[in-house]
Design a protein around this ligand. Structure first.
Ligand code: HEC
Length: 110
């Protein structure tokens, strides 16, 4: 009886232990992912802004502009301060941190 009880309580304990082990790993992965996250977001911009944000047709180039101007444009689109069509909707989907990371990403593309 006692042995069976121990065996049963052993499982939640093991699960709890695994969770504790996973948490620091997850935090480390998050900071590691931060740099690749911008690149992933940037790919969704390229369908309109061209490969590597080089611009296509009437859609402006993003590559090589300053991080400040790119982030500023995103902030202004999101707030409605800057006139736009599609960007007023798209910019609302990104946090200020993500807009900054996207600005930094396209600023370093040559
Ligand atoms: C569906 C097409 C589309 C997608 C996707 C898109 N854009 Fe745009 N973007 C535009 C258009 C069109 C404009 C011109 C302003 C407007 O009409 O909204 C623009 C303008 C901009 C501008 C202003 C550039 C300038 O010099 O005036 C920035 C910055 C920008 N986009 C960033 C982004 C970023 C960052 C992403 C990805 C998160 C993105 N865009 C995704 C279509 C798009």
């Amino acid at each position: 009886m006692t042995r069976q009880f121990r065996a049963r309580t052993g499982w939640p304990c093991a699960a709890g232990f695994a969770l504790v082990l996973c948490l620091p790993t997850h935090a480390g992965a998050q900071s590691l992912q931060a740099s690749t996250q911008a690149a992933t977001f940037a790919e969704s911009c390229m369908s309109c802004h061209g490969l590597n944000g080089k611009g296509q047709g009437a859609i402006p180039q993003l590559a090589g502009k300053t991080q400040e101007s790119l982030q500023g444009a995103m902030t202004e689109f999101a707030s409605g301060a800057r006139p736009g069509t599609i960007m007023r909707i798209i910019a609302k989907g990104y946090t200020p941190e993500q807009a900054a990371a996207l600005g930094a990403y396209f600023a370093q593309v040559r």
